[in-house]
Write a protein that binds this ligand. Structure first.
Ligand SMILES: Cc1cc2nc3c(=O)[nH]c(=O)nc-3n(C[C@H](O)[C@H](O)[C@H](O)COP(=O)(O)OP(=O)(O)OC[C@H]3O[C@@H](n4cnc5c(N)ncnc54)[C@H](O)[C@@H]3O)c2cc1C
Length: 366
């Protein structure tokens, strides 16, 4: 029997996947896109650069796919008569302090086989390429190109339709249920059954994941009694309510998170987030935000390493998110896996935003 495949998301990833599947005869393919047009989210609002592979770690999957993708995007644009402009890219060291970082980009670019890369020294050499640039040195990647990713997506969508695939616009997937080995997909105006559903929902992937039960809310079946104990303990001790938790996995020292702050649906001053560490102890840094609250801090300028170990609970409240940023630092030495279990309040309008800007409550508006 022909496999029935549903794809959620009509950005470039969903449409490219649909195209690859129909051209290979993998089954009956249906794409659901909630907007009235394709590519209206990231795909149609990005910078339009075909990256040449300057930054990625040599040998990594990103570097390999970037090199292959550069070639296939060019071929596809030529075949379809779509714009492909090799405008080139200059990566500039604006002063001496950036020369080390530039040398590393040059090393990676060469290792990644970026074609015809040239090192330029001095302002005059840079201005031969770009008259408005200011800097002391640069690497020039002449084949970095600019394209119209929305047009590429539309062209690939035509390929999908021509090969018998369906693309349903204005069709938001609002529910999914398992029916034996099949998946029932529901939109406001239709229902469908598939053998396989693939989510390509871009930045709304978390919303789609929740449709199939990812995430947990109070009242759902409890994933583990220990987690519920911690949940109750922190709620009682700090007088807050949590309605969800998430897991963040750090596989080894190469996984980390830059300095940031989190917020839930409340003001940053009222946000309380609890983090339970499972697995390896590793640096977990706090530093004051360089803002107008800095003078209120005892540790102005300080960086604190809480280094939570297995079973340690970190509770961030009392205006912590308004005044402090935190990071899970990357480490060079061998280090085991760490899982951070995080309790939050996510109810209300919209969804929680990491590191979001926020309007100061009245009593801080001096
Ligand atoms: C500011 C910015 C600049 C970038 N610049 C570049 C660049 O220069 N070069 C480059 O190569 N990459 C760039 N990127 C990355 C690139 O744009 C993305 O990797 C790529 O567009 C992701 O495509 P996507 O199909 O996964 O996501 P999207 O284009 O976001 O598509 C996801 C689609 O899923 C749909 N959807 C979501 N939920 C549902 C649902 N429940 N039912 C039905 N449909 C749903 C959405 O409406 C959307 O159309 C940039 C990204 C950003 C944000």
């Amino acid at each position: 029997m022909t496999e029935r495949i549903g794809i959620i998301g009509g950005g470039i990833v969903g449409i490219a996947l649909a195209r690859a599947l129909v051209l290979r005869g993998a089954g009956e393919v249906t794409v659901f896109e909630k907007e009235q047009r394709l590519a209206t989210h990231q795909t149609g609002r990005n910078s339009g650069v075909v990256h040449a592979g300057l930054y990625y770690a040599p040998g990594s999957l990103k570097a390999t796919l970037c090199a292959a993708g550069r070639v296939s995007i060019r071929e596809y644009c030529v075949e379809k008569g779509l714009p492909y402009r090799e405008v080139g890219k200059l990566v500039v060291a604006s002063d001496e302090s950036e020369l080390g970082a530039l040398a590393e980009i040059e090393r990676r670019s060469i290792a990644n086989g970026v074609p015809d890369l040239v090192r330029l020294e001095g302002q005059a050499a840079l201005r031969d390429i770009e008259p408005h640039v200011a800097g002391v040195a640069a690497v020039h990647s002449p084949h970095t190109a600019a394209v119209d990713y929305a047009a590429i997506t539309e062209a690939m969508a035509q390929d999908v339709r021509a090969a018998g695939g369906s693309i349903l616009l204005g069709s938001e997937v609002t529910a999914m249920t398992l029916e034996g080995a099949a998946v029932r997909v529901v939109t406001p105006t239709s229902e469908h059954t598939f053998d396989r559903v693939i989510a390509c929902a871009g930045l709304q992937s978390d919303v789609v994941a929740k449709l199939v039960g990812a995430g947990w809310r109070v009242g759902d079946p409890v994933p583990h009694p220990v987690l519920l104990d911690v949940h109750r303990h922190v709620q009682g001790r700090y007088g807050v309510r949590f309605d969800s938790f998430a897991l963040a996995r750090y596989r080894d020292g190469r996984d980390g998170q830059a300095f940031h702050r989190d917020r839930d649906m409340r003001w940053l001053d009222e946000t309380v987030i609890a983090l339970l560490t499972l697995g390896a102890r590793r640096p977990w840094l706090l530093r004051p935000r360089a803002n107008r609250y800095a003078h209120e801090l005892d540790h102005h300028g300080a960086v604190l390493d809480l280094a939570p170990g297995p079973g340690d609970l970190v509770v961030m409240g009392g205006g912590c998110q308004a005044r402090w940023e935190h990071s899970v630092a990357k480490v060079r030495r061998p280090i085991g896996e760490r899982i951070s279990v995080q309790w939050r309040w996510t109810s209300g309008q919209g969804r929680p935003v990491q590191g979001a800007s926020y309007r100061a409550p009245r009593h801080y508006s001096r």
